[in-house]
Write a new protein. Structure first.
Length: 266
């Protein structure tokens, strides 16, 4: 199993989906408990929600489960949200704080490093290569990191998560007008939205977002209640929900591209 799939396009936009994969190597799968094998924290079908919105976009999808290794975590294991509940580079608990492995079967440091080399590193090498290719062609690149999550997870956050959670690491990862326009579109939609709330952008957004180098990054975390029939198994897309959500996402993507082009041309 290749660690990612890549579809190249000619647009300045890269759509990255680090948590849509469900592949778990057999030697890991045999050590996961019932909660671990259920893979409930997958970003179910979120790549399909974006399908075709920007036809010439480049798309990079991780094929491996986030339970193998989380492609949106710092490879050095540094926490993205110090002092808050979160999951680690190679998670041993799920989003409800419950163990994923049979007792004593959690990965040791050497195994974590091996997983990083086999999965995390190739995925991010692909992102770097596509950023370089697109920047050489257009003079700038926009990396959009697409995510989803259950709307109620007391272990991670209080209450119910807004439908649209925009993350820019407090504006550090893109040009100001990109953030402003994207958030205005989200606010004017039917969907409750927040900017840099519980989710401010993961390692991908923070690492690659360098507007001074004409590389901008943006994270969107969508509550799964906004596009799935149910947030629990069996997971399935809700056509009516997607029909309402997709035009908003398309407008946000178009605004990000327009404002990035305008900022880099100034």
């Amino acid at each position: 199993m290749e660690p990612f799939t890549l579809t190249r396009g000619d647009s300045p936009l890269i759509l990255a989906f680090p948590h849509v994969g469900t592949f778990v190597p057999a030697d890991i799968a045999g050590r996961l408990n019932e909660r671990g094998t259920a893979l409930v924290d997958t970003d179910w079908f979120i790549d399909e929600v974006y399908e075709g919105l920007i036809p010439e976009a480049t798309t990079i999808r991780a094929t491996f489960s986030r339970y193998v290794i989380d492609a949106n975590r710092d490879p050095e294991g540094v926490s993205l949200y110090p002092g808050q509940n979160t999951t680690t580079l190679c998670p041993t608990i799920d989003f409800e704080g419950q163990p994923l492995y049979h007792p004593g079967q959690e990965p040791a440091p050497g195994e974590i490093e091996a997983r990083r080399i086999a999965f995390h590193s190739p995925y991010h090498a692909a992102i770097r290569e596509e950023i370089a290719r697109i920047k050489a062609k257009h003079g700038f690149a926009v990396l959009y990191d697409g995510h989803s999550i259950r709307s109620e997870l007391p272990f991670l956050f209080e209450g119910t998560l807004p439908a649209l959670n925009l993350g820019t690491n407090e504006g550090a990862t893109l040009f100001p007008e990109m953030e402003k326009c994207a958030f205005e579109i989200a606010q004017q939609s039917e969907f409750e939205s927040v900017l840099n709330g519980r989710f401010k952008g993961g390692w991908t957004t923070r690492h690659y977002g360098q507007p001074d180098q004409n590389v901008c990054a943006f994270q969107m975390e969508i509550a799964q209640s906004a596009y799935l029939k149910t947030e629990h198994a069996p997971w399935a897309l809700d056509g009516e929900k997607c029909a309402r959500l997709r035009p908003i996402l398309k407008s946000i993507l178009e605004a990000l591209l327009y404002e990035a082009a305008r900022a880099t041309a100034a």
